[in-house]
Design a protein around this ligand. Sequence first.
Ligand SMILES: Nc1nc2c(ncn2[C@@H]2O[C@H](COP(=O)(O)OP(=O)(O)OP(=O)(O)O)[C@@H](O)[C@H]2O)c(=O)[nH]1
Length: 495
Amino acid sequence: MTLVVGVAFLLLTYLQVDWDRREALRQHIDDMQNLSTALTRQAESTIRDAHTVAIGIQRKLEMSGYGAENLHEVLEVSRAQLVTLRDVEGFTVVDAEGRPLLTTIQEPSAAYNASDRDYFTFHHVTKNHGLLIGAPIQSRITGQWVIPLSLRLNDANGEFAGVVLATLYIQRFVDFYQTIDLGSEGVIGLVNRDGTNLARSRLADQGYAFSVSRSPLLRIVNEDGVMRGSIVLKAMTDDVRRIYGFDTSAEYPILVTAAVSEEQAMQPWRNRALQTWALTGSVLMIFMSMAWMMWRALGRQGRMEARLQAMHRSLTSANHALEIMAGEDALTGLANRRRLDEMLQAAFSSTAAQGQSLSFVLLDVDYFKRFNDQYGHPAGDEALKQVAAVLKRHAKRSADTTARYGGEELALILPGAERAAAMAVAEAIRADVEALAIANQGSPYGALTLSIGVASGIPGHDMQAPADLVTAADIALYAAKGAGRNRVACDENSD
Ligand SMILES: Nc1nc2c(ncn2[C@@H]2O[C@H](COP(=O)(O)OP(=O)(O)OP(=O)(O)O)[C@@H](O)[C@H]2O)c(=O)[nH]1
C-alpha cells in the first residue's frame, strides 16, 4: 500500500514536471515566432524603401537615357529621398563595364570598378529585371559592411547597360537586433532563402559572409514550404542548441530567425522542477518514515498481543491443573467432577459393604441458556454460586458430597439415604432455589428454578457400578425436564 502511494506520488510529480516543461517550451516557441514575424516585417519594410527608390532610378535611366543631365537629375532626386532612408547607405549606378555613373555616397576613386562583384556578374548574364538581394559585401567607397540590393539596367535594345545598386547598412540591423534581450546565447538572424547570412545580432566566427544553406531550418522552409514556424536544433555556427522561431517574407526571398538558447530559456523551468522534486522527495521521506514507524509499532503491538494470549493460555491451563489437583470447582467451591467420581466410587464401595442404600441426586438449572443470554454470563456465574450455596446447606451429613457435575449441572451424593429421604432433600433444595426468586424472564416460571433427578438403590444389589446410579439419575432428570421443569423426579417413576 505504502509502495503504491509512493509510486503514484512519483508518477504525479513526473507528469506535473513534464507538463510544466512542455508549457515553458511552448511559451518560448510562441515568443520566438512572434518576434521573428515582427522583425521580418521590419526587414521587408527597409528593403522595400530602398527597392522603391532603385526602381525609380532604373525606370528613369532606361526611359530617359544615360546622358549627363539625366544622370544629374537622378542623383539629386536620389539624394533627396536618401535623407529619410536611415538604413540605406546610398544609391550607386555603374555602367556596363562596372564604372560608376553616379553615387549618392561620395565621389568614388578613379579606380572604382564593380565589374568583379557577384551582383554585377549576375545582372550581366541574367536578363532578369527584378531585385537581387546579394551576400554582404564591404563597400569599396566607405569600407562599411552592406547588403547589396541591385537591379539590371538595359539600354534601348534591351542589352546590358549597367546596374542600379542600393546598399543597406548591416550595422543598423545588428544594432537594432542587439536592443532585443534574448540572453547571452540568443540570436536574431536575417537570412536570404538561399542560405546567405545577411545580418546577425551576434557576429559568427566566419564574419559577415557565410552560408547556412544546409540548415534543417532552411530545408523545412524551401523543401517543405513551411513559411512560419519553430524548430529546436543545434546551430551550425556555434553548436549551441536553440529554440528557433522563423517567418519568411512573402515579398522578398528573406526570412528572419529569432532564437534563445534552450539551456538558458529552460533554466527557470529546471529550477522549478528541482524544487518540485526536492519537495516530493521530502514528503516521500516523511511519508515513508511514518509508514515504517507505524509498521514497527503495529508489529510490536501484534507481538505483545500474541505474548499476552500465550500467557493467558498457560495461566488458564495452570488454573485448570490446579483445580484438578485441588479437586474443587473454582466457581462454586463444590467438588469437581474428578473428585465427584472418586467420592461416588468410595460411597458405592462403603454402602455396598454395609448393605446400605446409596442415593445420587442430579440437579440442572432450567432455561439457563436464556438466563445467560438475557442477563449476561457473569450474572449466570453469580446465580450458579447461589444455587451451589443452597446445595451445600442441604448436605447435612459428613458423608454427603456436593459437586459440580459439569456446566450448569450439580450433583449430590447421599450415602445411606433411601429414595424417600433423598427425594425430600431434593424437593427442599428445589423449593429453596425457587424461593431465592432470581428473576429469569426466559422461564415460564419467571424465576430461576431447578429440575432434579434422583436415583437410589443398594450397590451390588440394585446396581453393579456407580455409573448405573448416575445413568438412572440422569434419566430421572430428563423426565423432570420433560414433565415441565421445576420439579423432582426419581428413577422409580421415571420410566
Ligand atoms: N454463566 C455460566 N453459564 C454456564 C456455566 N456452565 C454452563 N453454562 C451455560 O448453561 C447453559 C446450558 O444450556 P442448555 O444446556 O441449553 O440448557 P438450559 O438453557 O438450561 O435449558 P434446559 O436445561 O433444557 O432447561 C449454556 O448456555 C451454558 O453456557 C457457567 O459456569 N457459568
